[in-house]
Design a protein around this ligand. Structure first.
Ligand SMILES: *[C@@H]1O[C@H](CO)[C@@H](O)[C@H](O)[C@H]1NC(C)=O
Ligand SMILES: *[C@@H]1O[C@H](CO)[C@@H](O)[C@H](O)[C@H]1NC(C)=O
Ligand SMILES: *[C@@H]1O[C@H](CO)[C@@H](O)[C@H](O)[C@H]1NC(C)=O
Ligand SMILES: *[C@@H]1O[C@H](CO)[C@@H](O)[C@H](O)[C@H]1NC(C)=O
Ligand SMILES: *[C@@H]1O[C@H](CO)[C@@H](O)[C@H](O)[C@H]1NC(C)=O
Ligand SMILES: *[C@@H]1O[C@H](CO)[C@@H](O)[C@H](O)[C@H]1NC(C)=O
Ligand SMILES: *[C@@H]1O[C@H](CO)[C@@H](O)[C@H](O)[C@H]1NC(C)=O
Length: 626
């Protein structure tokens, strides 16, 4: 039997006086929590007939042909989906054209302890014929559903969302998109030490829908809390910003493109304030920094796409996390957490309705655990901005950064770089060094002028002339930017352009066959440990100076971060040997993004890169997640 406990937030069936505009429910089926959003998939129309069990979980089987193997179909559902489970088989509805209510199906249902089977010809008295025929006519895909009354008392079919605990504390809130394209917050909560529970949709409902029209069908994606989403209030990591501005009235094209392609935005993730560079204990004053699962679980979690990195590294029910990268905000968390990350070329996708740091450098990047998904997601998201090329570049420019790594890290890097060279059938230029230029306030002046100053004014207007609290790091940067002024900013802009021009014509030059003549390889995380307990005596200040990671920033070109191994260290917290990720960065000429994504895809086929997985690790990255 299905054992159900459910709580109703505001639900009136028989007392029609209260004007209830919406109802959402948390339903516990056995020990697993589910959420029914305010909007059902279909309302079946007023009906006075009995529904035994309300809410009533059921499985919809569609077009089960004669001789089809229902058992293996359902076993696959159990393997791929955390929403479906056997309890949904308690009630089974058969729909579609070719129905086989005998043989395979009946013995399977008997085995599955199915209590109620509904077919067009043979109906249980508990569900009225009219409800059933409507149900069978809904065109819903096969999978798990819940039948329950909606806010008006009509029977309705809901897509149950499975609720998951976020032990990485990555999320601000869980979200679900409504039929008008706006978002609502998942109102469910269960026992937690801080994070909300995150609701995810069934993967069964989108089986077979992943085609060229919906290449991202069913993907669960987390969103850094600087992408504006219609109906939601944005924090950008700052309490005053959250309090000052109302819910957004529009969602930008970066997000709508993803949902148009079938992806599901499961929630918003924590970030370093205004996408700058805070460190966990020293600078995260407004909110508590999320936890990376790597090392001993108490590493500096990096940023600014902090929750993006920790969520994708920790939570295996999440597929992709969206970040943004201006000066390293996707690449650093990707490297620190041992996952795949991209900083695309500037203009890969529109950043309308995204909080800016420095528009000339801002990019919409993302992180994944799977190299294959890393490749296919970017090719779908960045769509028409780039193209694939017939060949890969043959020349690897290997940064002299690698000269300074430990023997343990070198034992990971050297053979990998050699395998890459051999795969490309090309050559390496070792100990490659570039003398770059320091750009000191492309972020600070622009963001102060366009985000900081308006916030101070709007906050003051709402709060009797008071100033908002800004984390020390950002406060310092904004003041610095303000002090340099528009003239100083113009000088830096010109320096940047000089660097980009030099890069395009002298360093990452073009090639008709492979887009980029060469790939620049540099060290992005050689298994270093920075404790999140560290106190610092002053703000991080402005990222002055030049380093290898500045190439893609200033030349506005494409860079991918790839986890290639791990090295052990002794943790003085857990007092056992733990592991730290070793990651490498590949930088290509501006606009050659698909060459890097195609390369990662091929390297996965070749076994040079692998899926990062918590439970049965191939790359044995330690994770506190089970
Ligand atoms: C509800 O179910 C009971 C038991 O099956 C039946 O006696 C009763 O007539 C039903 N009521 C309606 C409105 O169908
Ligand atoms: C259902 O399964 C049980 C054993 O699990 C068996 O005894 C019974 O005959 C089966 N009934 C049908 C209708 O197949
Ligand atoms: C969609 O299918 C293609 C081809 O089978 C696969 O490469 C891709 O990863 C799939 N995408 C999703 C979102 O499942
Ligand atoms: C949407 O919000 C923006 C920013 O607050 C505002 O300027 C604009 O007028 C709003 N548009 C609508 C249609 O309400
Ligand atoms: C890089 O420098 C190291 C140390 O100076 C040297 O041993 C090595 O041969 C150099 N590698 C290449 C490819 O030039
Ligand atoms: C960079 O190159 C472009 C195109 O050739 C040119 O218009 C521009 O003046 C150059 N900028 C600088 C700072 O050299
Ligand atoms: C633990 O190790 C880290 C990294 O080596 C170090 O920063 C920290 O001070 C150590 N803590 C203690 C209590 O020894």
């Amino acid at each position: 039997m299905v054992r159900i406990a459910f709580t109703v937030a505001a639900f009136s069936l028989t007392y029609a006086h209260a004007r209830i505009s919406s109802v959402s429910r948390t339903v516990i089926i056995n020990d697993s929590p589910y959420y029914l959003p305010t909007e059902p998939l279909v309302t079946l129309g007023q009906d006075t007939h009995n529904i035994t069990g309300d809410p009533l979980p059921f499985t919809l089987l569609v077009d089960i042909g004669v001789g089809s193997n229902v058992k293996s179909l359902v076993e696959n559902w159990e393997a791929i989906d955390d929403v479906f489970n056997k309890e949904f088989l308690n009630t089974v509805v058969l729909a579609g054209s070719s129905l086989d209510a005998s043989g395979d199906l009946m013995s399977f249902l008997n085995e599955s302890d199915t209590q109620m089977l509904l077919t067009p010809t043979d109906m249980s008295s508990a569900l009225s014929p009219s409800i059933f025929s409507q149900l069978a006519d809904t065109d819903l895909p096969a999978g798990p559903y819940i039948l329950a009354h909606d806010a008006t008392g009509s029977p309705a079919v809901y897509a149950p969302l499975r609720l998951h605990y976020d032990h990485s504390q990555s999320f601000y809130k869980s979200t679900v998109m409504k039929s008008d394209g706006s978002y609502e917050v998942v109102s469910a909560s269960l026992d937690t030490d801080s994070s909300p529970y995150i609701a995810v949709p069934s993967r069964v409902h989108t089986l077979g829908k992943n085609d060229s029209r919906l290449p991202l069908a069913g993907l669960r994606v987390s969103v850094k809390d600087l992408y504006y989403m219609k109906g939601l209030v944005t924090s950008a990591g700052n309490r005053a910003f959250y309090a000052t501005y109302p819910a957004r009235n529009s969602t930008g094209p970066a997000i709508t493109r993803l949902t148009d392609l079938g992806a599901h935005m499961v929630g918003t993730t924590k970030m370093v304030q205004f996408a700058n560079g805070d460190r966990a204990t020293a600078d995260w004053v407004d909110y508590h920094a999320p936890f990376s699962p790597r090392g001993d679980g108490y590493l500096e979690p990096s940023g600014s796409s902090t929750g993006a990195g920790t969520s994708i590294a920790t939570l295996d029910w999440l597929d992709v996390s969206l970040g943004s990268d201006t000066g390293g905000s996707v690449r650093s968390p990707a490297a620190l957490n041992g996952v795949y990350g991209i900083r695309p070329s500037v203009d890969a996708i529109s950043l309308d309705e995204v909080l800016p740091l420095s528009p000339i450098l801002d990019t919409a990047g993302y992180l994944t655990r799977s190299p294959k998904l890393f490749s296919s997601f970017g090719k779908a998201w960045y769509g028409e901005s780039f193209q694939s090329y017939p060949a890969f570049p043959k020349k690897l420019l290997v940064s002299d950064d690698f000269l300074s790594v430990t023997d343990a890290a070198n034992a990971v890097y050297s053979p990998w770089i050699e395998k890459l060279r051999s795969f490309l059938g090309g050559e390496t230029v070792g100990n490659f060094s570039i003398e770059g230029i320091g750009i000191d306030h492309l972020f600070a002046y622009y963001q102060w002028t366009n985000v900081g100053k308006p916030l101070f004014e709007d906050y003051a207007a709402q709060n009797g002339g008071r100033s908002p609290h800004i984390n020390p790091q950002v406060r310092y940067r904004w003041r610095y930017g303000e002090s340099k002024g528009a003239d100083g900013y113009a000088v830096e802009l010109e320096k940047r352009e000089t660097f980009e021009n030099w890069t395009l014509s002298n360093f990452l030059t073009g090639n008709a066959e492979s887009c980029t003549e060469s790939i620049f390889l540099y060290l992005i995380n050689s298994g270093t440990y920075t404790s999140r307990e560290t106190y610092y005596s002053s703000p991080f200040i402005i990222p002055f100076g030049f380093s290898s990671s500045r190439v893609a920033n200033l030349a506005r070109s494409a860079e991918v971060v790839i986890p290639i191994g791990q090295i052990p260290f002794h943790s003085n917290i857990t007092e056992v040997e733990e592991y730290l990720p070793v990651s490498i960065s590949l930088v290509a000429r501006r606009g050659c993004d698909f060459v890097l994504l195609d390369l990662v895809d091929k390297l996965a086929d070749e076994g040079l890169v692998q899926e990062v997985h918590q439970e049965k690790p191939q790359i044995q990255l330690h994770a506190i997640c089970t």
